[in-house]
Design a protein around this ligand. Structure first.
Ligand SMILES: [Zn+2]
Length: 221
């Protein structure tokens, strides 16, 4: 869906919400897309240059942070690289892609990002192997940088993983696959309950997704 449509649909809902809601443009991969998101009214962006080298990531995100802050928009960077699970188990030393604490300090000090996505054993999508998060690394980076840390790839982590990660300094969690799957389970439930139309099924889907989100909000405290 074009970004313009997403913005037109979501931003008015966020503005009407009874609690403060930010509309975040996640994994912005290009300068132009991030600017477009801000022009459309997104209140937060992620500029993801994590596949580039450290210096280039720092320079590009630093420049974007200046623009964001001049427009009262918050910015998230990523250091280390949170990959997807397609490559899981194929890496000899996955730690090579983890966020380095000393680099994190330099990155945050120089770019002035408001939050930092970290690579600590997490991955996008469905985990093929039980994930093992590096909790010590989360705490070290949180203590050294003093800014909120972001955990991508939240689907498939256990409740204990979340509690521990939050305790160690994770402040924002990106989670989609688990909510997406709940939607599918809701549809199945609706079909089994005899719902005869697509519109009849939607309440089952939305209800199931809402329930997962509600539980996660409580769990993340
Ligand atoms: Zn992500």
């Amino acid at each position: 869906m074009p970004l313009e449509r997403v913005a037109g649909y979501l931003i008015p809902m966020a503005e009407k919400a009874s609690v403060p809601v930010c509309v975040h443009y996640d994994h912005g991969l290009t300068y132009d897309k991030c600017i477009e998101a801000m022009d459309l009214g997104f209140t937060s962006i992620m500029y993801d240059c994590s596949t580039l080298g450290f210096e280039e990531n720092l320079e590009k995100v630093g420049k974007m942070a200046e623009i964001c802050h001049s427009r009262d928009v918050t910015i998230e960077g990523e250091l280390g690289h949170v990959g997807d699970n397609e490559g899981a188990g194929k890496l000899e030393k996955p730690e090579d892609f983890y966020t380095d604490p000393d680099q994190a300090v330099r990155f945050v000090d120089n770019t002035k990002v408001d939050s930092l996505a970290v690579a600590v054993g997490n991955a996008h999508g469905d985990y093929k192997f039980p994930p093992r998060l590096d909790f010590e690394r989360i705490k070290t980076i949180a203590d050294l940088t003093g800014i909120p840390l972001v955990l991508h790839g939240g689907s498939g982590l256990s409740d204990d993983d979340f509690r521990e990660a939050v305790k160690r300094g994770i402040c924002k969690i990106n989670i989609f696959t688990d909510i997406d799957k709940a939607g599918k389970a809701g549809l199945e439930k609706g079909i089994n309950a005899g719902a005869a139309t697509l519109t009849g099924l939607m309440e089952y889907e939305i209800g199931a997704m809402k329930e997962v989100v509600r539980k996660k909000i409580e769990l993340f405290r």
